[in-house]
Write a protein that binds this ligand. Structure first.
Ligand code: 3HC
Length: 315
């Protein structure tokens, strides 16, 4: 295609974005827009699927039937979110098998938070309250993403995330109002999950190679730092309400800015974890590889059945 034609197409595309017209799968789009959406959406899907692992470990250890049923429902929701997002990624021409292989080979990322272990039952509360709480903060903004299938997927996913966040907060509230040992369990979970949860929003804006373009294309509607600040401002009062202390001695409400000031984030830890050196990276990717191997016979049987049906229909 001639350069002049491409420039004209790109200008028309940006004009649609600026006028808040959703981009749909069959619309013309710059290759770079398609690529960054496949990158972000597939990694979002991977996060949902890998995110099932820490919680699944606690389904058989839930303290009662009600907690077990709630946790089962949440983990099943995450599987659905993953499949939803893999399907949305396929609307951009991404091949499902290749996408999943990228996770298994270590080529693709998933959310850093899931490389931390869930060591106690209170961690299940902290994951729901903080991790799903952070995910909601991020995903509500994505409901206004310029790419139609992604934005629409977020609407359904956010409704379910609200249940996830609420059940986690209620679980921790129960522990925080329980025996001294239970309260200590809740505080310990907050101590271990607070900083990895605020890292979920990604590096500072000036360290983010993708943000500027993603904001121009209205994939990202709020920056990493703005979403992080909104999450901190909303979550600190919730911790205080149940008598838990956020593990940051510099956390302080700033009347002037109307936000909480907080300590610098340990970005070395962040880059180490997303570079594959977190506490559970190997365990998580091995579990996903094993799930694919163990489930191969189901896929083979389904393919054999489909081929047989097609042969019968074409006979
Ligand atoms: N974990 C892993 N990688 C991360 C990360 C994190 N928390 N934050 C940033 N990164 C990676 C980015 O993917 C990028 O690497 P890449 O170019 O190889 O993909 C690099 O660090 C630089 O970060 P940027 O800020 O430039 O990247 P983005 O513009 O993509 O912003 C993001 C990062 C905010 C995570 C964005 O990708 C996003 O909004 N993703 C969709 C939401 C999502 O994935 N949430 C994950 C949690 S899902 C969840 O918790 C489900 C719940 O139900 C359990």
């Amino acid at each position: 295609m001639k350069v002049v034609e491409t420039i004209d197409l790109e200008q028309k595309f940006q004009d649609k974005i600026d006028r808040e017209i959703k981009i749909e799968p069959n619309d013309w789009m710059p290759e770079a827009y398609r690529k960054t959406l496949i990158r972000q959406m597939s990694q979002h899907a991977h996060s949902e699927i890998v995110g099932m692992l820490p919680e699944a470990n606690w389904i058989t250890r839930a303290p009662n039937l009600r907690r077990k049923a709630v946790l089962l429902a949440k983990v099943q929701d995450e599987a659905g979110h993953g499949l939803y997002l893999y399907s949305a990624t396929e609307t951009l021409g991404a091949d499902r098998e290749d996408t999943i292989d990228d996770l298994h080979s270590g080529k693709a990322k998933y959310s850093s938070i899931f490389n931390y272990p869930a060591l106690s039952w209170a961690d299940i509360g902290a994951i729901g309250w903080l991790v799903d709480g952070a995910a909601i903060m991020n995903q509500v903004a994505l409901c206004r993403c310029s790419y139609g299938p992604y934005a629409r997927a977020m609407v359904k996913i956010c409704k379910e995330e609200s249940f996830h966040q609420r059940q986690g907060y209620e679980l921790l509230t129960t522990l925080a109002n329980g025996s001294p040992e239970q309260k200590e369990l809740a505080q310990d979970a907050l101590n271990r999950f607070w900083w990895p949860a605020i890292m979920m929003f990604g590096p500072n804006d000036d360290e983010s190679p993708n943000s500027a373009q993603s904001m121009k294309w209205k994939i990202k509607r709020l920056s990493n730092d703005d979403l992080r600040q909104n999450f901190i401002d909303a979550t600190v009062p919730q911790a205080e309400l149940i008598g838990l202390k956020v593990p940051d001695e510099n956390l302080k409400w700033n009347e002037e800015t109307g936000h909480y000031d907080f300590s610098p984030i340990n970005w070395d830890e962040f880059w180490q974890v997303i570079g594959g050196n977190g506490p559970c990276n190997k365990q998580r990717v091995d579990a996903r590889r094993k799930a694919k191997e163990d489930g191969m016979w189901v896929r083979d049987a389904a393919m054999a059945f489909a081929e047989k049906r097609m042969k019968k229909q074409s006979a």
